[in-house]
Design a protein around this ligand. Structure first.
Ligand code: SAM
Ligand code: SF4
Length: 330
């Protein structure tokens, strides 16, 4: 077994696999209302190709956790089969899914039976009009049904990821936390990042971790959670001295690049050593040209050596990556 180590001593053991760049929502911080030019089918990895690359990552390169994402991974037809084949690898990786939960009410039992361990559901508000304003689709009820089904299927602890937008849902943070605590969902707020397809991100308009915490503290008392954070991006807080927690992922104002243990595989088979990387390494082309598992693993190791020490969002010279979050895999 070799390690996906970079020049700064960080070792990637957590692989994010994007299964599609397509989506059935249109969150304003992610993509424009009309959607994007989706990847052509022949550029997408087939189910067999995805599983082969995950197999290499797990059995040769020491990856221990695999998270499926997108775009919206539930729109990928082969998802349950891919999960099942990944769960059969030895050593078996931890398996999770980041999803908007549309359709999860139907598929949660099959995903759990296939070996999925956990889900992270994206939900920014529990108000119907605000949900429609952010996602441009009137589907809040489906998300709530998906959350309930995930919990009933044992895909827990069910986490919720929320992005706050100034003037839209930023004053609803405490309401969303109360709602999540009541249902035993683990809520984490993510600072908005410059990864939208429209390049509309504005540092000055971004709701910061400090603001989020100040808003939550108008209703709850927060104390730092005792467990060490390790490579987890979320800073965790205990709520009102009880067992409930809330997380804040302050990628912009409190970056955690020094502890990063992640690597990404896009739906078209490119390795990205960082969400904000400006270069990718093409495994799909090499694979279709007949590369062996060893050769693909070697390419992957080389791709990791180019990982930068940090994303530099706050640098004046920062350049947004060419591909949006939905194409990279969030
Ligand atoms: N469609 C799935 C979902 O929404 O969970 C998976 C893909 S989505 C790109 C993954 C995560 O990225 C979601 O939690 C979403 O809220 C988050 N996200 C998307 N655009 C973002 C941005 N500009 N800044 C911060 N988080 C973002
Ligand atoms: Fe779709 Fe997820 Fe992007 Fe929303 S954040 S548009 S659900 S990919």
């Amino acid at each position: 077994m070799r390690a996906l180590e970079d020049r700064y001593g960080r070792v990637a053991t957590d692989l994010r696999v994007s299964l599609t760049d397509r989506c059935n929502l249109r969150c304003s911080y992610c993509m424009p209302e009309e959607g994007l030019d989706w990847l052509a089918n022949e550029r997408l990895l087939s189910d067999d190709e995805v599983v082969r690359l995950i197999d290499i990552a797990v059995t040769i390169l020491g990856v221990r956790e695999v998270r499926f994402t997108g775009g919206e991974p539930l729109v990928r037809r082969g998802l349950v089969d891919i999960v099942q084949r990944t769960a059969a690898l030895a050593p078996r990786p931890e398996l999770s899914l980041t999803t908007n939960a549309l359709g999860l009410a139907r598929t949660a039992p099959a995903l759990a039976a296939a070996g999925l361990d956990r889900v992270n559901v994206s939900l920014d508000t529990v108000r119907r009009e605000t949900f429609l304003e952010i996602t441009r689709r009137d589907r809040l009820d489906d998300v709530i049904a998906g959350l309930e089904a995930a919990q009933a299927a044992g895909l827990g602890p069910v986490k919720i990821n929320a992005v706050l937008l100034r003037g839209v849902n930023d004053t609803q943070a405490a309401e969303l936390l109360a709602w999540s605590l009541e249902r035993d969902y683990h809520l984490r707020f993510i600072e908005q990042m410059p990864l939208d397809a429209q390049h509309g991100w504005d540092r000055a308009a971004m709701v910061t971790a400090d603001e989020i915490l100040a808003h939550l503290e108008t209703r709850f008392s927060l104390s730092p959670a005792v467990e060490p954070r390790g490579s987890a991006p979320a800073e965790l807080f205990r709520v009102d001295g009880g067992t409930g927690t809330v997380g804040v992922i302050a990628s912009v104002t409190r970056p955690f690049c020094g502890d990063c243990d992640r690597v990404r595989l896009t739906a078209d088979g490119q390795v990205r050593n960082c969400l904000f990387a400006r270069e990718e390494s093409d495994l799909r082309g090499a694979m279709r040209d007949g590369a062996s598992d060893e050769e693909l693993a070697e390419r992957w190791l080389i791709a990791m050596r180019g990982k930068r020490p940090g994303h530099g969002i706050d640098d004046p010279t920062f350049l947004q990556p060419d591909r949006p979050m939905s194409a990279i895999g969030g």
